[in-house]
Design a protein around this ligand. Sequence first.
Ligand SMILES: [Zn+2]
Ligand SMILES: [Zn+2]
Length: 338
Amino acid sequence: MKRLGWTSVGAGVLIAVATGGVSFAQQGAPQPPTRVISKIRGDLYKFQNNQHNSWFLVTSEGVIVGDPINAEAATWLKNEIAQRFKVPVRYLVYSHYHWDHARGARVFDDTAELVGHANMAAEIKDAVANIQAGVTRGLDKNKDGKIERSEAQGGTAQAFDDLDTNRDGAIDGAEISGDVRPPESTYTDRRTITLGGKRVELIHPGPNHSADGTIVYFPAERVVFGVDWINVRATAGNLVTPAPLDQWLRSLKLVEALDFDLVAPGHGNIGTKADMTDQVQYFEELIKGVSAGIAAGRTVEQLQASNLLEKYSWWPGFAQGRNANIAAAYQQLSAGSR
Ligand SMILES: [Zn+2]
Ligand SMILES: [Zn+2]
């Protein structure tokens, strides 16, 4: 990997970029990772590893980092922090237990306390034991307890070779979630981490995308960070989870009610408070529109062909995401009305 070091890209934004040579792409081999560190506000930085975002906050007494993403990404980040800021990482705060955000925290464990929600350890255990639990729910079509290459989709397909550690052409729960280390200290509703005069608030939103979610709120920087259920100018992702839609809506409203200017999601670009309000309204209109459709005896296909949520059609990936959201909401809300 070639490291290009710290570069200034416009108004006070410091970035560090890691890229390999183009020859990888030319040979059709996997692309080297894109890793970028950029300032969000004050001493709060965004860490991007390909499609995944994390964060870190620098203080005089050490650094607080967010999701490790994976061991390789965490190792890169650890070196960048050490070189640039010359203070140890004191805390690591998990957003939730899913493998694509939470692997590799062991890299920071020499100096950092790993912090997560009280439900996280049980969620990891469940995901290791049962491929039908967690983020891989529904992928194991032939129900053999593993995800074969042909069954893998999305992020699981992209990371297949990385996850298939024993190279048997299938990945099981231990291969997917085995490198997700449980938190060393937990909280239930709220927790404040104070370091070097700076403050990070952890807030549990209740069950939504998982049962162990954490909203990370930076009151001085006026920034809020959340992963997979907090989106900016994007539809709601996979709604086929155990949590009822009204719980999702409740958690989005909890975020909206915080006093902040910027919302930093685990995927995609940073947005404003207005983007968070849009996300809340999208959810409200989804629930209302689909409920009304069910009451009127309309089918999923009819609702997908209607102009429901059309005002968000300028969001990237809208058509596919919206149709999936309508189908998931229809399934859940019609099951509830039976
Ligand atoms: Zn997730
Ligand atoms: Zn994600």
